[in-house]
Design a protein around this ligand. Structure first.
Ligand SMILES: *Cc1c(COP(=O)(O)O)cnc(C)c1O
Length: 369
């Protein structure tokens, strides 16, 4: 059985006609940028995410970048960020001239450890960017408390956790202004690049709306030096078709994770995902850990089972951040996670047979070593 890392088939096949009709409607309407489709999607995503405002942008990285620009982050400002996130969170800070300051994660949940945040705060610290990694909501209660005590803003990177909650509050609704991504493989995915900013502040929403469209509210009148980072009508139309299915797809992801948890329990040194008390997990990724990671990945590849590593090199060890001069060993939890983490196949509608085949292969690997 050939099992890919990700298949869109069970998600996309049943809605094929619905999506194609939405695409055809945009085609026929002949209005392709910033029109009714974007407005309608922004309204329904804001409602889904329980915020006042959603602003569609070109991708998730831009969403984070524009969020920081709207907050006025600039040179000399330090922003606390997980040491084990995807590089986009760091890049957004670098784009506005700020300095990413890594904070190690909780080694059980892989999310930023609230207990380690205060030690990283300096007089230059302006904000915290928690990342709801792999689909699990961060411990937002303690994070918001620390931010409030120190007068910091919070910007959530919610690219991986649409619909996840912390004590009933939904990810992407806690921070002053937050970013998410609709990259195709994300839990809510477009058919290309797309992203959004979510906020309860009309002032910040206005700023982001202006920044995404050449710094302009009125055509050819430019208030600030802006960007071209707009969500396409076509992508908005597709996202509007998909959004009503998101929670059903989330439940399917959670069912796959539950099967993996049952079938992979107690194998050698294999560590399964752990969800913090108070948090929910929407399993953008199902990440396991083992000291035998590379051998396990090779073994699964030989059985035609696709896996990926999220992420093989932490941002502070990337060539792009060499100038920061952070030595190997400075963030040992992130470095250890990079050496031991492996993402198993996971998609909504993955069949019980497929999950069982992956689990059986992982079991036979641990029996063979
Ligand atoms: C995907 C992702 C992003 C960036 O989203 P793009 O749409 O690819 O620009 C940012 N942060 C995290 C954690 C992501 O997983």
């Amino acid at each position: 059985m050939n099992i890919p890392f990700l298949s869109f088939t069970p998600q996309h096949s049943p809605i094929r006609e619905e999506v194609l009709a939405a695409i055809a409607a945009v085609y026929d309407k002949q209005w392709y940028v910033l029109g009714d489709q974007v407005k309608a999607f922004e309204a329904s995503y804001a409602e889904f995410n329980q915020v006042e405002h959603c602003i569609g942008v070109a991708n998730g990285l831009d969403a984070l970048h524009l969020a920081l620009e709207a907050l006025g982050v600039g040179p000399g400002d330090e922003v606390l960020v997980p040491s084990n996130t995807y590089i986009a969170t760091w890049l957004a800070i670098s784009f506005v001239g700020g300095t990413p300051i890594p904070v190690e994660p909780n080694p059980a949940t892989y999310n930023i450890d609230p207990a380690r945040i205060e030690a990283a705060i300096t007089p230059r610290t302006k904000g915290i960017m928690p990342v709801h990694l792999y689909g699990q909501a961060c411990e937002m209660g303690p994070i918001m408390d620390i931010a409030q005590r120190h007068g910091l803003w919070v910007v959530e990177d919610n690219a991986q956790a649409q619909g996840a909650t912390w004590q009933g509050g939904i990810a992407g609704s806690f921070g002053s202004v937050n970013g998410t991504s609709f990259y195709p493989g994300k839990n809510l995915g477009a058919l290309g690049d797309a992203g959004a900013v979510t906020t309860n502040s009309s002032e910040l929403a206005d700023k982001v709306r202006t920044l995404r469209n050449y710094g302009s509210q009125k055509k050819y009148y430019n208030e600030v030096i802006g960007h071209n980072s707009r969500l396409d009508e076509l992508q908005a139309a597709v996202l509007s078709v998909k959004l009503p299915y998101l929670m059903e797809w989330t439940q399917q992801r959670q069912a796959v994770a539950e099967l993996y948890n049952q079938q992979l329990a107690g194998l050698g040194d294999l560590i399964l995902p752990v969800t913090a008390e108070g948090a929910t997990h929407v399993y953008h990724l199902y990440v396991v850990r083992t000291a035998h990671r590379d051998a396990l990945q090779r073994y699964l590849q030989e059985q035609q089972i696709g896996t990926l590593i999220h992420y093989p090199i932490p941002p502070h060890r990337q060539q792009a951040y060499k100038h920061m001069g952070i030595q190997e060993g400075a963030y040992p939890i992130a470095e250890e996670l990079a050496l031991t983490s492996l993402s198993l196949p996971m998609w909504p509608g993955m069949s019980e047979t497929e999950v069982a085949a992956v689990a059986a292969a992982v079991r036979s690997f641990f029996e063979s070593i």
